[in-house]
Design a protein. Sequence first.
Length: 404
Amino acid sequence: MGRLNRYILKNAALSIGGLVIFACCVLLLERLLRIFEIVSNTTNPGGAATYMIVNLLPYYLGMAVPIALLLGTIITVDKLSKSSELTAALGAGVSLFHMTKPFIWLAVFLAGITLFVEGNLQPVGRYKYRQTLDVVKQQSFTAALREGTFTEVGARTFFAGTDGKDGSIGPIFIYETVDEADGTEGYRITTAGIGEIKVLENTSSSAPILNLKEGRGFQVMDRILSGQYGFGGAAIAGAASVSDYRIRGDDEREMTSLELFANRNGNVTQTIDKNTNNATLHLRISKSVLLLILPFIAVPFGLNYGRNPSSAGIFVGVVFLVSLQKALEFGQSLGAAGKVPPWLGIWGIIIVVAIFAGLLFRKSAFKMGQPPLTSFSQWIGHIKGEIIGSIRKLSRDKRASRNV
């Protein structure tokens, strides 16, 4: 590897790596608010939130890598152009394709990572996130009985007062819906002056138990009081019967790429349609192949030759990538619905993008004309000038009318 390629590779790696981290943080911000809201009712909110975030990282990494590669390449080439380093290298006889090699090496490296992340870490992480979310929603009594708060857990609604002493809580109010076998519906109300939570560590489930003292109970069936009683002490089991989450594989997005490949004929998992299975598999592979094409689009988008600086590459690149992502999702939906072969909805778009990238790079590397986005920048500048001119003319007309 020559000194020039090492220099370009270093700058590109720093730009792309920084953008990957930045994009993951930005994408996680909105989800973090929802996660904190969900885990706020648990006994271990920090641990639950951390586990959920870790399992979400592969999903957001898959979204961040393509945009980081595209924008990082555009920014690096733009810096080389504005500093006249690109012009000097071209004048010394170094071809644009030779200077594109570092970006291709990075694309190959990121394509391998994406293939592994999309095919293994992301499906398993998605399942574990959903599993954790299900466990969090099945709140234990410890989380439910926050003082001064109504909390619904299953068929029960709890309220704990703030008058408890020595670690106890109270008074306690519990409302529970009741459905009899004969179809009779009603509700049961339990109140107690004192409540105390105990965790039985020696049991198989370590379930929290709510001990009630000095309480009364009422039961109403079909709007008729059918029973009332008082008690000096009672116990209600907490999270002992938390149900296990379903096994992984009911959703094609939770299956690894090897599992999708094994099920391509629909013989392994009957719950997933064959077209849906294959469309998902093709989409995952296509995302890795797309990374190999992006340098041949991003390098021309970042070109400018000093006298005609342009910042349109970033804007056009983001619009292009978002539109491409939506097109791939649309192609996947067509393949999953059986309207087109699963491979055609994905690879047809990839082939079109590859042809576009080849023509764009050929024009930039071998014809040495104006950068592809120069005319676009001039068009935007023309529109900007027209708008500013119209505003100035309107201001002059208003001043003239006032003088009259």
